[in-house]
Design a binder for this molecule. Structure first.
Ligand code: SF4
Length: 181
């Protein structure tokens, strides 16, 4: 099973998946401490929002699916009577929806759907710095795109082939750039 975070790494650059999952390179998570400090406020705000839409907040939910070949730790979910919504919390300085974020939330939505038995048609991304909550609709084409990405990630890991890619300005911010030739 691949991790939901591998999806984001793959969409940043397929070669990152090779370094992290085949070569076993570990990258630091410098924002961890900042995340812990913000946690209480984030939970308070999300709980308030959950109540507003008639739901209940749950945090830190481990999800996995053999069928989808996916696993991951979801930051939070809002459980209402007839619906359930995944919530992904971001410490990013960007506060607009990117494709990797959408695919990551799609992966959580599909896992949550299978684990809860309720259908998931939308989810939320909460931006810590700006306290912005972005509503994200999960469409059938998003699910199909995600399944294609999962297969591509699996192929890199199983084949252990070094993916061809061209250097770009992303390389300047890449945590594995010192290993990448
Ligand atoms: S340094 Fe550039 S090419 Fe290498 S893994 Fe990072 S983003 Fe990809």
């Amino acid at each position: 099973m691949i991790d939901v975070s591998d999806i984001v790494q793959y969409l940043y650059c397929p070669r990152k998946v090779y370094f992290l999952k085949v070569a076993g390179i570990k990258i630091e998570k410098p924002k961890m401490e900042e995340g812990k400090r913000a946690q209480a406020e984030v939970e308070r705000n999300l709980r308030r929002f959950a109540e507003k839409i008639g739901g209940k907040l749950e945090t830190g939910i481990y999800l996995e699916s053999q069928r989808q070949g996916l696993k991951g730790l979801l930051d939070a979910m809002i459980n209402a009577d007839s619906a359930i919504y995944p919530v992904d919390v971001k410490l990013s300085r960007f506060d607009s929806l990117s494709y990797p974020w959408k695919m990551q939330l799609t992966a959580y939505a599909m896992l949550l759907e299978e684990n809860s038995g309720k259908s998931v048609r939308k989810g939320y991304i909460y931006i810590v710095g700006t306290r912005k909550l972005i509503e994200v609709r999960i469409e059938p084409e998003d699910r199909r795109a995600l399944m294609r990405i999962v297969k591509e990630v699996e192929e890199i890991i199983e084949s252990e082939k070094y993916p061809p890619t061209s250097k770009s300005k992303k390389c300047n911010y890449c945590e594995v750039s010192e290993f990448c030739v």
